[in-house]
Write a protein of this length. Structure first.
Lengths: 106, 161, 161, 106
C-alpha cells in the first residue's frame, strides 16, 4: 500500500514482522494506517515491530493509533515494539507517556 | 517612510508600530493540515527558529487544526484560519480559529497523559491539548463564535542572531 | 451530510455547490513572496498539477506579488492577499489582491518583449504582465480599491487521474 | 558572499570568470545580486559567464538584472554568456526574448 504521504514496507524475518513507515502519519492518513495495521495485529505468533527511521511526522492522531495497537497486542498477549525512533518523535513519546508501552525492539 | 522588516516591527514618528502578520485560511478538512505546516515551516525558518522549535510548533499547530477539523463543524463545511503574528523578532504567536461549535470548557487545566496509568487504563484520544501545552511556551483557548486557540513560542536565546 | 473533497466540489440536495479555496495574506514586502510560492507549491501538488505547470504558476504568481510589493503601496505598509480557488479538479484560479494605488490601465493588451529589438533598445522592466499572460491560460486585472490580478491555469489532460 | 537564498561561487579560469549561482534569484535578493555583479562587469579583459546549474528560480526581476549585465558588457565590448540553463529557465528566456543576447558560453 502506498500513497504520496505515508507508505509501508514489510520485512518478514524469523518470528518477526517489521513494518517500515515512511512519510507523515497525520489525520489525513489515519484511517489508511489503521486499515494497514489491522491484519498485522492479528498475527499473534510473530513479534510486530514498527520501524520509524523514515517517519518524518507524527502527532496525537498517530500516537492514538499506536495506543490502539499497544492495547490490541497486549490483550492478545503478543509482542509489539517500535525501533529507530528519531529524537523529536522520542520526545513526543516521552511527553505523552506512551514510551513505557513501546518496548524497545531488540 | 517606514517599512516593516521581517525581523520585527519598525516604529516611525507618524504611525503606531504594528505587528507583522501572515494569515492562511484553509478548508476544515484533514488533507489541508499539512499545508498549514508547510507555511509555518517557511515562515519560522525566515524568523530563524531552530529545527527543533519548528518541529514542536508543527505538532502543536496541527493539534489545534485537527481539533477544528474533527470537532468544530460536525460534518458541515467550514474553514480554519491560522494567523501568524510577531512583533518582536523572537516570539511567534499563532492563532488557529474556526467558526464552529465547542461545548468544552475554555479553562485549560493541565491535561492528563498516559503517565502513571496501566495498559488497561490508557485510551486513544485526549492528548491534543496536552501536547500543545507541552510544546509551546503559552497556550490560550477562547470560545466565542467558534474556537480560537493561541499558541506562543519564544525563540531560544542560542538561536538569536 | 456533505463534505468538500480536495478533488473538487460536492453538491448535495440542501446546499449550493461552493468552491474550495485557500487564502494566504502576507505583508507586501519582497521577503514574503517566496512564502506565497511555497503555499502554491503545496496546494498545486495536492491538486496533481505537473512539475512544469507548478513552475509556470510560481513565476506568474510571483510577478503579480512583485508588482504589489513594488507599485501598490508607494513605500507605506500594506498586505497582499492571495486566494487559490478551484471548483473543478483541473482548473486553479489564483487571485492576487492589494489595496494600493494603480494608475495603469486594466486593459491587458499583449505586452511587449525583447523580441525584434536591438541590444541598444532593450530595457530592464515591463516583463511581468507579459510573463503572467504567457505562462497562464487566462489573466485578468481589475483595478478598484487596489489591484486584483486573476490568474487561471488548467491542468493538462495528461496529468488528469 | 552568501545568504540562505542566493549564493555565488567564483571560478577563475584563463581569460574567463565563471560565477556559479545557486538558490533563488527573486526580488528579495535583487540588490544583493546587482551588488555582486557590479565589479565583475568591469573586468573587461575577461569573458564573464553565469553558470545556472543550481539556480532554482528566476523571474522578471532576475531577467531584468541580466538585461542590465548584457547592456553593460556590450557597451564595454566585453563578452558575457550564461551556461547550464535548466529547461524551465530556458523557456522563460525564450519567451521574453532575452535568449538572443545570452551567447552560449563555449
Ligand atoms: N476547535 C474545537 N472545536 C470544538 N471542540 C473542540 C475544539 N478543540 C478542542 N475541542 C474539545 O476539546 C476536547 C479535547 O481536545 P484534545 O485534547 O485535543 O483531545 P481530542 O481531540 O483527542 O479529544 C475535544 O474532544 C473537543 O471536545
Ligand atoms: N499591483 C499593482 N499596483 C500598482 N500598479 C501596478 C500593479 N501591477 C502592475 N502595475 C503597473 O503596471 C505596470 C506594468 O507591470 P509589469 O508588466 O509587471 O512591469 P514592471 O513591474 O516591471 O513595470 C507597472 O509598471 C505598474 O505601473
Amino acid at each position: 500500500m502506498k500513497t504520496d504521504k505515508l507508505s509501508f514496507r514489510t520485512e518478514n524475518k524469523e518470528g518477526l514482522t517489521v513494518i517500515h513507515l515512511s512519510g507523515e502519519l497525520d489525520l489525513e492518513v489515519a484511517s489508511q494506517m489503521r486499515t494497514a495495521m489491522e491484519p498485522l495485529v492479528e498475527l499473534t505468533d510473530r513479534k510486530l515491530v514498527l520501524n520509524m527511521r523514515d517517519l518524518k511526522y507524527i502527532d496525537s492522531t498517530g500516537i492514538g493509533i499506536l495506543i490502539g495497537i499497544v492495547k490490541a497486542r497486549h490483550s492478545r498477549q503478543a509482542p509489539f515494539a517500535v525501533e529507530d525512533v528519531s529524537d523529536h518523535i522520542r520526545k513526543l513519546f516521552d511527553m505523552t507517556g506512551i514510551s513505557r508501552f513501546l518496548a524497545s525492539a531488540h | 517612510m517606514s517599512r516593516n522588516n521581517i525581523q520585527g516591527k519598525v516604529e516611525d514618528e507618524n504611525s503606531m508600530a504594528i505587528d507583522n502578520n501572515v494569515k492562511l485560511t484553509v478548508p476544515a478538512l484533514p488533507e489541508f493540515v499539512d499545508l498549514v505546516r508547510l507555511t509555518l515551516f517557511g515562515l519560522a525558518t525566515k524568523l530563524k527558529f531552530s529545527f527543533e522549535e519548528i518541529e514542536d510548533m508543527k505538532v502543536a499547530v496541527s493539534e489545534a487544526c485537527n481539533n477544528a477539523v474533527l470537532h468544530a463543524y460536525e460534518g458541515a463545511d467550514g474553514h480554519i484560519e491560522v494567523e501568524f503574528a510577531w512583533a518582536e523578532e523572537d516570539e511567534l504567536r499563532i492563532t488557529v480559529r474556526d467558526q464552529g461549535v465547542n461545548d468544552s470548557s475554555p479553562e485549560l487545566t493541565r491535561k492528563s497523559t498516559l503517565h502513571g496509568k496501566s495498559i488497561e487504563e490508557i485510551q486513544s484520544g485526549g492528548l491534543g491539548l496536552y501536547l500543545m501545552q507541552a510544546l509551546m511556551d503559552h497556550v490560550e483557548m477562547n470560545i466565542e463564535n467558534g474556537t480560537a486557540v493561541t499558541l506562543i513560542k519564544r525563540r531560544s536565546a542560542a538561536e538569536r542572531v
